[in-house]
Ligand binder design. Structure first.
Ligand SMILES: Nc1ncnc2c1ncn2[C@@H]1O[C@H](COP(=O)(O)OP(=O)(O)OP(=O)(O)O)[C@@H](O)[C@H]1O
Length: 423
């Protein structure tokens, strides 16, 4: 019996909990060049963990070590509690399947023959595939959406199509653990999302997956946890929102980023920022909705100290400002602005080098807008606070417009901003 007749939904892993993969004290070098050391992480059954990090950080090296094709200098990889070094290569292949980073395989097999290779660990040396093996192959091709190419030569496919065939080969292996090295690298956005949705379905059915993923936003959206590798070790590990912060990304990638939240989810959204000199200005934003939220992100990204309000609690501009640790003066939605609340916003506006209005602003905020010496309105200007003289600028030009303003000389005497208060 060659096995493999079971369907994915009857995965024996389903319902089991706890770590299936445990990596401890891993150190790998090539010659005298250390690539990673002190790498420790474990992966729970039924979860998807993303390995992220800059080029050359060692993601592929860690994946190769986990599947046993590269021996570490130190450390242990355990699958299901047992070190892989104590198991035969074939036994490891029944537990761990992988897809390679590159798709430039030179063999000229058909797609079906390529996927059939995934059954090798389940066959004896002289065994032929049985009906159960053939069903596993068909199922894997269907799941990876490559059944329509089954009879074509592998080498005739595009890079993205090949990538899906290699995923099908790994699925045909029917292992509890999947290691995916850049599974979306050659895929268009539709196939990238479909591939990661498929991996999520597999994970929900009980499989465990570790994927090296360059696209931080896809990694954040689909992975349960991330391991950030950089500089020869793990820089951060845990929930995507805890790992993908501006500070850790600066540390790992030497890049400035703006981290907000992906619409409709609580996954972080990472926007790389072009290198530019920080705009050392203090700005108070008055407004609501997406225009005000975008103004806040743009100004924070440009390096300004930003405060916001008065804005209704729950408005996207208030949430964005709080995400970015800006002092935010709010009132409950649909409530009027009381004097004390308006007073705090006026104080912040006076202390700022400029007030920026964006999106709809209520008449109740007029004293806040008027409190500033300078007012800039973001196009299209929807402000109802018309009493203050202002220039209108497109959002993209806002940092430059703010930078061109003179900084108020009494900066040191200005009241300090509190971190993200809401009333
Ligand atoms: N066989 C090898 N011999 C020598 N050095 C190697 C070998 N394989 C990898 N390296 C080096 O090890 C380091 C880590 O490589 P690795 O491919 O693991 O990084 P990575 O994080 O997967 O990178 P990328 O994001 O670019 O795919 C790199 O500096 C690489 O040049």
């Amino acid at each position: 019996m060659n096995g493999g007749a079971g369907s994915d939904s009857a995965d024996p892993e389903r319902g089991r909990s706890g770590p299936i993969l445990d990596v401890s004290g891993l150190a790998v070098s090539f010659g005298d060049q250390s690539v990673v050391s002190d790498v420790d992480f474990s992966v729970d059954r039924g979860s998807l963990v993303g390995l992220v990090g800059p080029n050359g950080a060692g993601k592929t090296t860690v994946l190769r070590t986990v599947k046993g094709t590269l021996d570490p200098d130190r450390g242990t990889v355990r699958v299901d509690g047992e070190p892989i070094s104590d198991r035969s290569a074939k036994a490891v292949s029944r537990l761990v399947a992988s897809t390679p980073q590159g798709t430039a395989l030179s063999f000229d097999f058909s797609v079906r023959q390529t996927v059939e290779m995934g059954r090798t660990p389940h066959l004896g040396r002289f065994d032929r595939m049985d009906e159960g093996d053939r069903q596993a192959v068909e199922r894997a091709m269907e799941r990876a959406s490559v059944a329509q190419f089954a009879d074509r030569p592998f080498t005739s496919l595009s890079g993205g199509e090949r990538q899906r065939v290699l995923l099908a080969r790994a699925l045909a292996q029917e292992t509890p653990v999947l290691l995916l090295d850049e599974p979306t690298a050659n895929l268009d956005i539709n196939h990238a999302v479909r591939t990661l949705e498929l991996v999520r379905t597999l994970v929900e059915d009980g499989k465990t997956a570790v994927a090296a993923i360059h696209d931080l936003n896809l990694a954040a959206r689909y992975c349960d946890e991330l391991v950030l590798l950089a500089g020869g070790g793990i820089r951060a590990a845990g929930r995507p929102a805890d790992v993908l912060t501006s500070d850790t990304l600066r540390d790992a990638f030497d890049a400035e980023t703006l981290v907000t939240t992906q619409p409709g989810t609580d996954a972080p959204l990472v926007t790389p920022l072009p290198e530019q000199e920080a705009v050392d200005r203090r700005v108070h934003v008055v407004g609501t909705g997406k225009p005000a939220a975008s103004a806040v992100s743009t100004l924070v990204g440009a390096g300004c100290q930003v405060s916001v309000g008065v804005v209704p609690a729950g408005d996207i501009a208030a949430e964005r400002a709080q995400d970015l640790d800006c002092e935010t003066v709010t009132v409950p939605a649909f409530a009027g602005i009381d004097d004390a609340t308006r007073g705090r916003a006026v104080e912040l506006a006076r202390a700022a080098d400029a007030v920026v209005t964006a999106g709809e602003t209520s008449d109740g905020n007029s004293p806040v807008v008027e409190a500033a010496g300078t007012c800039l309105a973001v196009e299209p200007d929807e402000s109802t606070c018309t009493s203050a003289a202002h220039d209108t600028v497109p959002l993209a030009a806002l940092p430059a417009a703010v930078a061109s303003l003179p900084a108020a000389p009494e900066r040191d005497a200005k009241p300090t901003l509190r971190q993200s208060t809401t009333d």
